[in-house]
Design a protein around this ligand. Structure first.
Ligand SMILES: [Zn+2]
Length: 448
């Protein structure tokens, strides 16, 4: 089943249940300067939930463009993490609640898409001293046919949403996980949904039941309860197409093929190279969409996120052996793959490619400067018969010249040198703490 069919089927399934289809909003959040980028479908629904705006209908469904900066470092390491992704979601603004949300999610996966129900596990909120366990959800999952041993309970960190600030609406959530099979498991007794040791279980769909208002002291039941759900389209497609990772789906096939052509290397042979393939593919897809939605490369905020992923894509391209300028040809494939769903890409094509070309030229010059500095340092170290590159040097290259530590490691290795990684990590941690104090970043890392 092609990605286009799966996306369409989701929208149609809920349209047939009287939901209005709403278009994806921009990756730059509209009317909300406190949030860096759009990270979930619910963002544009929030004003309807809070009563600030009148919804076109009490039942809504969307496929939303999302970008999560919090996952930049996870991309490439796992089969499921992406920065840019599409999120499918259905919403109820004070209309239906938990029962319909659970029944319809189950019906869509097991009847509409015919996913084997034995492979689906669910998680529910276990309750704490202030809020009771979500026994309603447990009973409903049993009613649709989930066996009790496949219902896992978790605390607030995993199965409770909100409030977005100190006070406000919040509630338990319930997730559906897909079991890829024991062969992907860590074989430990505790292995199950949310296992941190392996990638056997993939979180597919999160159903949020906004039923409480937290007034700063206690949780009261809301008179108007809302439903907000989110399902990663790419993960769902990987399951439907029965492939190893999101990068093996038809959404990425052409992009990966282009990187194979440029690098003259094959995807799926070595885990080191695959990591660079995945990062290059993900980041250039993300960059293409960010530029199209109006983000411009710079040294702060959204512009910095964009610059960072473009630079990571370029250096990972170098790790694959692509030494010429290449990012516009990958971006062009992204535009061609996605333009029927997102026509703005076609409209903005020239502009997107222009920005990428300029940014790549600029970065090539910076890289040359950085390599010069590193080589001077190496000469100096060799003269003094030292074998360790100071962490300060590696960090300066990382911070000022956009050198990923892996690139510095590669060069060091060629000269039989090591890097003081401990000192490097200390500098990095200090920088992260500085970044955390930036409000925009802080808010964006909250779970939406
Ligand atoms: Zn496990």
């Amino acid at each position: 089943m092609k990605s286009k069919v799966i996306r369409d089927r989701f929208l149609k399934f809920f349209k047939d249940k009287n939901h209005s289809i709403i278009q994806s909003s921009n990756l730059i959040p509209v009317d909300d300067p406190t949030v860096l980028l759009t990270t979930a479908g619910v963002q544009q629904i929030m004003p309807f939930f809070s009563g600030l705006k009148e919804p076109p209908s009490k039942r809504l469904v969307s496929c939303q463009k999302c970008f999560r900066t919090t996952d930049i470092d996870n991309v490439g390491l796992t089969p499921k993490h992406l920065t840019f992704f599409e999120m499918l979601g259905n919403f109820s603004v004070g209309d239906y609640f938990k029962k319909k949300a659970i029944y319809w999610a189950w019906e869509f996966l097991t009847e509409e898409l015919k996913i084997d129900s034995n492979k689906l596990w669910v998680t529910v909120f276990e309750g704490d001293e202030e809020i009771s366990a979500d026994d309603e959800a447990i009973a409903m999952w049993k009613e649709v046919g989930v066996s009790p041993d496949k219902i896992y309970k978790f605390g607030k960190a995993d199965n409770f949403w909100g409030p977005p600030g100190e006070k406000g609406p919040c509630g338990p959530c319930s997730e559906i996980h897909f079991d890829r099979g024991e062969q992907y498991g860590c074989q430990k007794d505790k292995c199950g949904p949310n296992c941190e040791q392996c990638d056997r279980f993939i979180e597919v769909w999160n159903l949020v039941f906004t039923q409480y208002n937290f007034n700063g002291k206690k949780y009261d039941l809301l008179p108007q309860k809302n439903i907000d759900t989110g399902m990663g389209l790419e993960r769902l497609i990987a399951i439907m197409q029965n492939v190893e990772s999101v990068f093996d789906t038809d959404l990425y096939n052409e992009i990966i093929k282009e990187i194979e052509r440029l690098s003259n290397k094959k995807f799926g042979i070595s885990s080191d190279l695959d990591r660079s393939f995945r990062i290059t593919a993900d980041h250039l897809k993300g960059a293409t969409f960010l530029i199209s939605d109006g983000v411009f490369p710079s040294n702060e905020g959204r512009g910095y996120v964009l610059r960072r992923i473009i630079r990571r894509a370029i250096t990972n391209g170098k790790s694959l052996g692509i030494y010429d300028e290449f990012i516009t040809s990958v971006s062009d494939v992204v535009i061609n793959t996605m333009k029927t769903i997102y026509p703005e890409l076609k409209k903005n094509r020239e502009y997107i490619l222009d920005i990428l070309e300029t940014e790549e030229k600029k970065f090539s010059n910076t890289l040359k400067q950085g390599i010069g500095i590193l080589e001077d340092n190496i000469k100096h170290l060799k003269k003094e018969k030292k074998s360790v590159i100071p962490g300060e040097v590696a960090f300066k290259l990382y911070d000022t010249y956009g050198f990923p530590i892996d690139l510095t490691k590669d060069i060091a290795k060629k000269h039989n040198l090591n890097i003081d990684l401990k000192a490097f990590s200390t500098y990095l941690e200090q920088q992260k703490q500085r970044a955390r104090s930036v409000r925009g970043f802080l808010i964006e890392t909250k779970k939406l």
